[in-house]
Write a protein of this length. Structure first.
Length: 454
């Protein structure tokens, strides 16, 4: 087992990784930008190294500074968390070439599954149900040809896309030219490659993803699904497990398909396969080759510490259990709490004058915040994750309502009022929502407000 792990991240996930390490008797090294000297993960880690100025490009994305920090402190492994360098295959390769273990899949696996076109091909060959789609598109004419083959509406996506960028929808031949040109231009501006391809556009799907763990000896388990359909601008807002939309048979079927596919692909460590789910069918979208923000809801219903498993697998340990040993109990829901205006979503960094997190049975708060902490303006605005669990979905919902009521965060605006509104809507309570539900709800609210003003 490792003696010392360097955490190449910040915020709540840095703290999350620190906690797993301490419980395994592993020492931790925090790295931080000049803006994060007072961060909680820096305070708690055994050692801390400043790796550069506030700008992410100069610090948390600075590969050589991070690797130097690992070499200087004698860390034997690096955990990348999520975001930043977590899906950067070149970084994983650099880490390994310095004799340090990268806690995650191999660089080759990251390259294969990180490129949407090669990932779709690998997924299809491994038996996953894939959204009907095209190869790389050469021209508007080529796009038109494929759109007619697949059938409108279609969505054009960048092969290296991420964060919901570079995606354009077309409903007919008149719209395809612009969709192709704009998607390509956005891809060129944001990603390493401007190659785009097309998929059938599903109109009212849910986003359902499967968590997997795989060791280096071919043992693979899945830890069930997460329903992440409550989204805004393709960003997840609330996640829950199990999904209210799946029955036991569908759950077991997709679980088996996913497990076999991961074994065929030869993937190792933790990963998530993202699907759209419509009319009882799954459509593979992409794989995230890293830990995910919403992993705690899976931990809540399985009792498995996913970060601990990532570290064990990376160190060469065997899983030590099979699918039959995994049990699912109860229901868990996560709310992402952002320092943002709950109506305009404008980021709201600043000093936290008062902080009181909820507690009690079935309540977990993952956050780096403390009273008197100043949220720097340079990074993501998520400041806390509230995770609740209960024996049934209804028990979890009642607990979520109670926990949100207890939360005190003064000094900055947060999205808590929006979360409270969402979870009191009849459709949410009934589990009747798809990926467009939140957008439609926000639009309806805005229209009501405009009518009030008149
Ligand atoms: P990114 O890597 O940029 O996050 P994804 O491929 O994961 O892109 O897609 C992000 C979101 O875009 C999905 O969660 C879904 O809301 C929407 N989306 C993607 N592909 C499709 C599709 N074929 N049909 C309908 N919606 C889609």
């Amino acid at each position: 087992m490792f003696e010392k792990v360097l955490i190449a991240n910040r915020g709540e996930v840095a703290l999350r990784i620190h906690r797993a390490c301490r419980e395994m008797g592993i020492k931790t090294v925090a790295v931080h930008s000049e803006a994060d000297a007072n961060a909680m993960h820096v305070r708690l880690a055994d050692e801390a190294v400043c790796i550069g100025p506030a700008r992410s490009a100069d610090s948390y994305l600075n590969k050589s500074a991070i690797i130097s920090a690992a070499l200087i402190t004698g860390a034997d492994a690096i955990h990348p968390g999520f975001g930043f360098l977590s899906e950067n295959a070149d970084f994983a390769e650099m880490v390994e070439s310095h004799g340090i273990t990268f806690i995650g899949p191999t660089a080759g696996q990251m390259r294969l599954m990180g490129d949407k076109i090669t990932a779709r091909k690998a997924a299809e060959e491994a038996g996953l149900p894939v959204t009907p789609g095209s190869p790389a598109l050469e021209s508007v004419e080529h796009a038109k040809e494929w759109a007619n083959k697949i059938g409108y509406p279609i969505i054009i996506k960048a092969k290296d896309g991420g964060g919901g960028k570079g995606m354009k929808i077309a409903f007919n031949d008149d719209e395809i030219g612009e969709a192709f040109t704009m998607a390509k231009a956005e891809a060129k501006a944001s990603f390493p490659s401007d190659v785009v391809y097309m998929e059938k556009y599903l109109q009212k799907p849910r986003h359902i993803e499967m968590q997997v763990l795989a060791d280096k000896y071919g043992n693979v388990v899945h830890l069930g699904e997460r329903d992440c359909s409550i989204q805004r601008n393709n960003q997840k807002v609330i996640e829950e497990t199990p999904s209210p939309a799946l029955n036991q048979q569908q759950r077991e079927e997709i679980g088996n398909i996913v497990r076999n596919a991961i074994a065929k692909i030869g993937y190792t460590n933790a990963g998530t396969l993202e699907f759209l789910f419509e009319d009882g069918r799954f459509y593979f979208m992409e794989m995230n080759t890293r830990l995910q923000v919403e992993h705690p809801i899976t931990e809540a219903v399985t009792g498995i510490d996913i970060v601990r498993e990532q570290i064990r697998i990376a160190s060469g340990a065997q899983l030590g259990y099979t699918q039959d040993d995994i049990t699912f109990s109860g229901h868990a829901i996560e709310c992402r709490i952002n320092a943002e205006d709950p109506e305009t979503f404008a980021p709201c960094p600043g000093k936290i004058t008062e902080w009181h997190a909820p507690g009690g049975l079935g309540v977990r708060v993952d956050s780096e915040i403390y009273s008197g902490y100043t949220i720097p303006p340079f990074y993501d605005s998520m400041i806390a994750k509230l995770i609740v669990s209960g024996k049934t979905r209804n028990a979890a919902l009642m607990r979520l309502r109670r926990a949100l009521e207890e939360f005190v965060i003064d000094g900055v605006k947060t999205t808590i009022p929006l979360q409270q509104e969402i979870i009191s809507q009849a459709e949410f309570i009934d589990g009747q929502y798809n990926i467009h539900w939140l957008e439609n709800f926000m639009a309806k609210k805005a229209a009501e407000k405009a009518a009030e003003k008149k």
